[in-house]
Write a protein that binds this ligand. Structure first.
Ligand SMILES: Nc1ncnc2c1ncn2[C@@H]1O[C@H](COP(=O)(O)OP(=O)(O)OP(=O)(O)O)[C@@H](O)[C@H]1O
Ligand SMILES: [Mg+2]
Length: 269
């Protein structure tokens, strides 16, 4: 029996809201709970998950697509139980692949997929078609939003376009850089109220993370706070998000896990 893989994308309207850092810390905490996690760095222009884990990837998905490397040579073990497919412009080029190339990449990607509990996809910010496709092929789309008015407006715009173009109706919300839990919940409610009024979508709250300088300090040192300081207060919030991602099984698994993710992505692209 293969494990069912939950496929979750981390996305945002506005850039710099904390997608990559939250996703990476979530991956580490899930791994501590004995989950096997695969990360796809889908931010092809500014791929940086390898750096956040303190390494520099030697290959990327681009090399796999163009037959320069096998997927097994590109996937890096960045932390116990956490593996990374480093990003590269390859994801963008998927739309130009012929049928044979698509089949080949699909075969390669599915070879690594059998054992993972989670596939977490980091996307670029914004509403580029590539981002919409990465999100739409996922079982669960986590929109990261901060109290910055521009972040809220852009999160709304992303949800709207994702709904109109890809017909997605369910979104998860993570409130980042908030003052406290009440602030996080209020931010979620604000976004939820406006989407309910104008769009036919449902938003699910996955939790919040307070603004904490430990994050930016860790990032500057090419570290993750869940690795460098297991006792940092922020970890409690990351753990809560993990619990919610763990328990929101139905939606993430609905589309059939990893195999279907790759198939969807290649067909859509
Ligand atoms: N809760 C937080 N408190 C303080 N700083 C944070 C918090 N979350 C993230 N940061 C910092 O914000 C910066 C941007 O984070 P990150 O790179 O994860 O954002 P992003 O959304 O992935 O950006 P991009 O859109 O460019 O990919 C980093 O320096 C990170 O450490
Ligand atoms: Mg990022």
């Amino acid at each position: 029996m293969h494990r069912k893989t939950k496929v979750i994308s981390f996305t945002s309207g506005k850039g710099g809201v904390g997608k990559s850092v939250l996703l990476s810390n979530v991956a580490v905490q899930l791994a501590r709970q004995q989950k096997k996690v695969l990360i796809l760095d889908g931010d092809f222009a500014m791929a940086n998950i390898d750096i956040l884990f303190g390494i520099k990837a030697k290959g990327s998905i681009h090399d796999v697509i163009f037959g320069k490397k096998a997927i097994s040579d590109v996937v890096v073990n960045v932390h116990p139980n956490v593996y990374l497919i480093p990003g590269g412009s390859g994801i963008y080029e998927m739309q130009y692949l012929n049928k044979f190339q698509r089949r080949n990449i699909l075969d390669q990607l599915s070879q690594i997929g059998v054992d993972f509990d989670f596939l977490l996809i980091d996307t670029a910010p914004g509403i580029d078609d590539n981002v919409l496709q990465l999100n739409s092929a996922s079982g669960e789309v986590c929109v990261v939003v901060t109290p910055d008015p521009a972040s809220i407006t852009d999160a709304y715009a992303l949800i709207k376009v994702q709904n109109q173009k890809q017909k997605d109706k369910h979104f998860s919300i993570i409130a980042n850089q908030v003052q406290n839990e009440a602030d996080g919940l209020a931010l979620y409610k604000r976004l939820s109220d406006v989407t309910q009024r104008f769009l036919d979508v449902g938003l699910d709250y996955k939790g919040c993370v307070p603004f904490d300088l430990d994050f930016s300090r860790a990032t500057r040192a090419n570290q993750l706070i869940s690795v460098s300081n297991m006792f940092a207060p922020a970890n409690r919030f990351i753990m809560r998000i993990c619990e919610n991602l763990n328990s929101s099984g139905a939606m993430a698994e609905e589309k059939g896990g990893l195999q279907f993710y790759w198939a969807n992505l290649l067909e859509l692209a």
